[in-house]
Design a protein. Structure first.
Length: 523
């Protein structure tokens, strides 16, 4: 049997050619090595022991079970079980359905996913960041920060119920563009139509990809790759002009400055001290006036740009152009999604926002800076810094909601903050309590560390610290001041604990909340 890595590398190499059609892929599903590698990947996942509809988990997996699964695949008698449906909370206080496949189904889906990823990953857009190797929310946000400079209008894209409304026929026809193997296509049909069980009742699935299915994220990217291509072509047609035209006012002032400096150089030795002071004052006033104008015409009708970034079913577009053009782009996107992909763009939630205000994407506020901060250059002149650059911010309500969700904060009648103890933690041991708070603080900081105002999370951390102290005080029927004194080690709040290597200390997380743009690769 061929080594899976050799097979996948070969597929990836062929995928570089957009016109290449893949055949005889299904036979790779007879290769037990693929299943063993899939097992090795799935086993460490905390969800691997979650029971599917047949109560089977990874613990019961064996070579014999894998062999039986391969035989069903070979004979084309394999039929995936309906997913066990459960619901998980969303950030907007609603719930999202999650389908839990059986472990055999997870295993086979992982093998198919790896094959499809080798084919499609090389052709996916650089502007797509969700569910892809070495890409993440942070790579999407960093792209926006680095490339949306000068944006005048944001279009915040919102597709209604995307994962539930993927049209199976459209998806399969998209797969058939590159895959000529009806055995594999039929297997994917089976995954899509497997249905789900809720409250002991079977429900058929006529659209959507099963949320929770291992193959679903990749299939969703295959589907929305069509949107990526459409927007990229739209942007190519929309973009005009190499550079903005010069701002006449700015360049007239610059000409005056150049002429004054030339005159000063010519006359400096023969003019009086008072005349020198007067001329320097005039020059300083001209520089100040120059810095209040832009060197280019920001409203140049012959210069337009369109930028685009997508993460899963969330996307944002930046427009250097008019609001009327942004509104037309929204209409065209709505029509394309409806006509070609059978999806609905939410008219109410797909907002057109002026870049002076905050657009919301992946939990960050995004704004184009218009500050007039001046920095001194080596030659003594001053230059504006960050003007019209895109900046990322932590939304105030996000970390307040986190505190409330954790049960660490109570907001009084006058909107006053009051840290409170968390009753559900008091039965944990001291080290578990400390580590819970540290992990929650570190998790929020790590997500928002790209933000220009990430330092505001110091307020979040301080509230968490007092909630933690109050949790210890409640646990030991003590007071805040006594708890602080009890756990003070080297001037910090810490817990001593025994290990096989001796006594150690775990401290409350006090690291500075500083902006950090380092991107950690995600698989």
């Amino acid at each position: 049997m061929r080594n899976p890595k050799v097979v996948l590398n070969s597929l990836t190499s062929k995928a570089q050619d957009d016109t290449y059609i893949f055949e005889r892929l299904y036979r790779n599903l007879y290769n037990i090595e693929f299943y063993l590698e899939a097992y090795a990947k799935l086993y460490p996942n905390k969800g691997s022991n979650t029971k599917g509809i047949n109560n089977g988990t990874i613990d019961g997996m064996s070579l014999e079970r894998i062999g039986r699964l391969i035989e069903k695949v070979r004979e084309q008698t394999y039929q995936p079980n309906p997913a066990r449906r459960t619901y998980i909370p969303k950030k907007n206080d609603k719930t999202r359905p999650l389908g839990i496949p059986t472990f055999e189904d997870k295993l086979l889906q992982e093998v198919v996913r790896r094959i499809l990823e080798s084919i499609y990953e090389p052709q996916f857009s650089n502007h797509s960041h969700g569910f892809r190797p070495n890409r993440s929310c942070h790579t999407a946000l960093k792209e926006i920060r680095n490339t949306f400079t000068g944006t005048r209008w944001f279009i915040e894209g919102d597709i209604k119920g995307f994962f539930d409304n993927i049209d199976h026929h459209v998806l399969v026809e998209l797969l058939r563009k590159r895959i000529k193997d009806e055995k594999l296509i039929n297997l994917i049909w089976k995954f899509l139509r497997a249905g789900y069980v809720e409250d002991w009742t079977f429900h058929k699935t006529y659209s959507g990809t099963p949320q929770g299915g291992i193959i679903s994220p990749l299939l969703s990217n295959v589907y929305l790759h069509e949107l990526d291509k459409y927007v990229e072509q739209y942007a190519s047609d929309y973009n005009i002009g190499e550079k903005r035209t010069h701002n006449i006012v700015y360049h007239n002032i610059a000409s005056k400055i150049a002429k004054r400096k030339s005159n000063n150089k010519r006359d400096w030795e023969r003019i009086t001290k008072e005349e020198k002071a007067e001329r320097l004052g005039e020059l300083k006033a001209l520089y100040k006036e120059l810095q209040s104008h832009d060197s280019k015409d920001l409203f140049d009708p012959n210069y337009r740009r369109m930028k685009y970034t997508r993460y899963a079913d969330d996307f944002i577009i930046g427009i250097i152009g008019s609001k009327k053009e942004a509104e037309q782009i929204k209409i065209d996107l709505t029509n394309y999604l409806a006509d070609k992909l059978k999806l609905e763009l939410s008219v109410e939630k797909t907002l057109i926002t002026h870049s002076q205000k905050d657009a919301r994407f992946l939990g960050y506020d995004i704004r184009v800076a218009r500050d007039w901060h001046r920095m001194k250059m080596p030659n003594g002149t001053k230059k504006r810094k960050f003007n019209y650059q895109t900046k990322l911010f932590v939304p105030h309500e996000k970390y307040i909601k986190k505190l409330i969700d954790f049960g660490a904060l109570k907001i009084g009648s006058n909107n006053g903050w009051k840290p409170v103890h968390r009753p559900y933690l008091v039965h944990n041991d001291d080290l578990e309590i400390l580590r819970t708070y540290n992990a929650e603080i570190e998790g929020l900081y790590n997500y928002y560390r790209l933000a220009s105002n990430v330092h505001v999370l110091q307020s979040f951390r301080q509230t968490m610290k007092y909630s933690m102290i109050k949790t210890y005080a409640n646990k030991y029927r003590s007071t805040v001041s006594k708890i602080i004194a009890k756990y003070k080690i080297n001037g910090k709040f810490g817990i001593r604990y025994e290990t096989k290597d001796g006594l150690k200390i775990a401290y409350f997380m006090e690291q500075r909340m500083e902006k950090n743009s380092e991107i950690k690769n995600s698989q």
